[in-house]
Design a protein around this ligand. Structure first.
Ligand code: ZN
Length: 197
């Protein structure tokens, strides 16, 4: 991957990958911030990303599943291009995943799990476990941006449009602080805030 990778360019153009100086929720600093929801803001872009990710999966699957919220839109677009059903799990009060709303899996159904971003892979691994408990067979994992170090989870490769390593720093050792770059806190913002107008 280079800065001239076409997906890198597109994701930066739509604001899904932002460059600057960011304060992360962990308290660490970073020069890059990923917000994939921005890549799915325009349905046309979401459809194009879904088509490309469906091609990257390269495996025969019976169903696409994605964990809420991040995976839902891109999961649906991947399912559209693979021409298979899409369903999603929900969290029980104890935090584990359940299938509700009458969604049913066939025994040994081949499942492709889609996420917007995989970082630690914790959510994806939880969903893989829940699917195996339900008697389904997870056979593929896909995401728009793969920020994992291993590019695989539970012996399944992660198919992605972009592999991206983002260095983070404790404040005392942040080279961006040393350059005097203003620090921004990304994330939620009051929709009525004047600064967004
Ligand atoms: Zn800093």
């Amino acid at each position: 991957m280079t800065e001239h990778d076409p997906w890198m360019e597109l994701l930066q153009d739509v604001g899904a990958i932002q460059n600057g100086h960011f304060l992360l929720s962990s308290g660490r600093h970073s020069g890059r911030y990923v917000q994939c929801a921005r890549a799915l803001e325009l349905p046309k872009t979401a459809t194009a990303l879904g088509a490309a990710l469906a091609d990257a999966i390269g495996k025969s699957v019976d169903r696409v599943m994605a964990p809420p919220l991040g995976g839902l839109l891109i999961g649906y677009e991947v399912a559209r291009h693979l021409k298979v059903p899409f369903s999603f799990p929900e969290r029980r009060s104890d935090g584990t995943f359940a299938l509700r709303r009458g969604f049913m899996l066939q025994p040994n159904e081949r499942i492709c799990v889609i996420e917007d971003v995989v970082t630690t892979g914790k959510t994806t691994l939880e969903l893989l476990d829940a699917l195996r408990d339900l008697g389904a067979r997870p056979v593929a994992i896909g995401c728009i941006v793969d920020r994992s170090e291993t590019h695989q989870l539970a012996n399944l490769p992660i198919d992605s449009l972009l592999q991206l390593a983002i260095p983070t720093y404790v404040a005392d050792e942040c080279p961006l602080c040393r350059q005097g770059l203003p620090l921004h806190q990304p994330g939620s913002r009051d929709m009525t805030a004047q600064e967004t107008r």
